[in-house]
Design a protein around this ligand. Structure first.
Ligand SMILES: Cc1cc2nc3c(=O)[nH]c(=O)nc-3n(C[C@H](O)[C@H](O)[C@H](O)COP(=O)(O)OP(=O)(O)OC[C@H]3O[C@@H](n4cnc5c(N)ncnc54)[C@H](O)[C@@H]3O)c2cc1C
Length: 421
């Protein structure tokens, strides 16, 4: 699949009628689109290839999931000119209430105490996906080909050649660099035979909207239970996004319940902090995995988004981390261009790989700890957890430090796209 240094083929190709770009992006999910927009500000020719039509209900970037957008990501979307367009669909989180089911001890994060306008915001994935698509369609520098399914690619000394199908018609393009944002089952990652470490938690997350009797008052609840963490996220029209982690067997049972029985079980799990649950929406389920790809670059290709890492939605970090990777990528590419280095060369790829490792490792460890620590059901551990929560609640410095990390800021390593301009 990967050929190198084939000079005669390169010469031949230059004379053929094959479109040439600086960057081609495979996958027009939220991450592929974010990368296209972030890079469109620099004098680069970009082609985005997406397989699924946006109107299709099965498109992964157009489902009903609610996304927690942290503060660094808010800067990112603002700098891309997306945030203001979302304003009427956003729900601020003013408080986060963390508790340990069946035990004492809570931690409360409060926007007022932390002197911020909101701790984070909630937006529906569908709303963000549609806003991104519209922005891209209006952008002259980004060519979008959809539906286009990438079926093969070959790397050469000076470019990468990409083959794709458009309605059974085979086409080709070339680029200096290919960004693979083609999702967790990434065809490109598999073709490159990049090592992929998959850890199953043997847990399933059930996601749905729930309307409680009392006002949520923009408070998010995280409950740590023996089957894993459970979250209730404030949303528009007093709806809440419910994320319930269960063993795989239990999830099968719960998914079969009638709405009335489901509400009863969810209520037992969450408690009555928001009164009775009145209404429940469509339920979806996601098996929980941690997908780690230690090396995310090879032969003129960089993996992004779910193709590069995937984690439990319970920590609400997947997209937040992916946009930080994109912000870092922009920095690395600008630097290569300034120094007249080929953007697809190993030197650029290695620089990018180095720049994202620490943040990715820390974020994945945080998510993994959250999934592992709280599934242990021992009274001593539960006691320590409760004491830990109580202590943390009284340590404003520690809370502020935790909040800064969860907000996506990485001190002096925070790239400009993640800062207010
Ligand atoms: C229930 C749930 C809740 C979540 N909550 C949060 C949250 O609160 N905060 C947060 O930060 N993250 C959250 N996440 C994570 C977030 O949704 C993902 O990180 C994000 O959607 C990843 O997007 P992506 O573009 O990388 O992948 P995808 O959305 O999977 O997009 C991949 C795209 O590639 C296309 N494609 C695939 N193969 C090809 C091919 N061969 N040729 C052309 N195109 C191709 C596909 O059609 C698709 O459009 C959540 C995830 C889930 C499941």
């Amino acid at each position: 699949m990967i050929k190198q240094n084939n000079k005669s083929y390169e010469k031949q190709l230059n004379h053929q009628d094959v479109e040439r770009y600086d960057i081609t992006i495979v996958g027009g999910g939220m991450v592929g689109m974010a990368a296209a927009l972030a890079l469109s500000k620099y004098d680069l020719t970009i082609c985005l290839l997406e397989n699924t039509l946006a109107e299709n209900d099965t498109h992964p970037s157009y489902d009903d999931r609610t996304l927690v957008v942290n503060r660094a990501s808010i800067c990112f979307w603002k700098n891309l000119g997306i945030w203001d367009e979302l304003s009427e669909y956003l729900t601020p989180i003013n408080k986060v209430h963390v508790s340990n089911k069946g035990h004492f001890g809570t931690v409360i994060f409060d926007a007022k105490q932390l002197k911020v306008e909101a701790l984070a915001y909630i937006v529906e994935a569908k709303v963000l996906g549609i806003a991104l698509k519209q922005k891209i369609e209006d952008h002259a520098a980004i060519k979008v080909i959809c539906p286009a399914c990438v079926t093969a690619f070959t790397s050469y000394a000076h470019f990468i050649e990409v083959e794709y199908d458009v309605n059974h018609d085979k086409k080709k393009l070339t680029a200096s660099l290919m960004l693979a944002a083609d999702g967790v089952q990434s065809f490109i990652r598999k073709s490159l035979q990049l090592e992929t470490q998959i850890k199953s938690y043997e847990r399933t997350a059930i996601i749905c909207n729930i309307t409680p009797e009392l006002k949520h008052n923009n408070c998010a609840y995280e409950r740590l239970t023996t089957s894993g963490p459970t979250a209730l996220l404030p949303f528009v029209n007093n709806r809440c996004g419910f994320v319930w982690t269960l063993t795989n067997e239990k999830a099968v049972e719960i998914l079969k319940l009638s709405d009335r029985d489901f509400i009863q079980q969810a209520q037992t799990q969450f408690g009555y902090r928001l009164g009775q649950f009145i209404k429940v929406g469509k339920r979806s389920s996601y098996p929980l995995y941690l997908v780690k790809v230690p090396r995310q670059v090879k032969s003129r290709v960089i993996l992004l988004g779910n193709a590069a890492h995937s984690m439990s939605p319970v920590s609400a970090q997947g997209l937040n981390l992916a946009v930080r990777d994109v912000a870092m990528l922009v920095e690395v590419l600008i630097c290569s261009i300034k120094n007249k280095i080929d953007i697809g060369a190993d030197e650029t790829l290695n620089e990018y790989q180095q720049s994202i490792e620490l943040d990715q490792n820390q974020t994945m460890k945080y998510t993994d700890d959250l999934m592992n620590w709280f599934k242990i059901d021992e009274s001593l551990v539960s006691g320590i957890r409760s004491v830990g929560l109580l202590t943390l609640d009284h340590m404003s410095g520690a809370k502020s430090e935790l909040f800064t990390r969860a907000s996506g800021y990485r001190g002096k390593h925070t790239p400009p796209l993640l800062r207010y301009r």
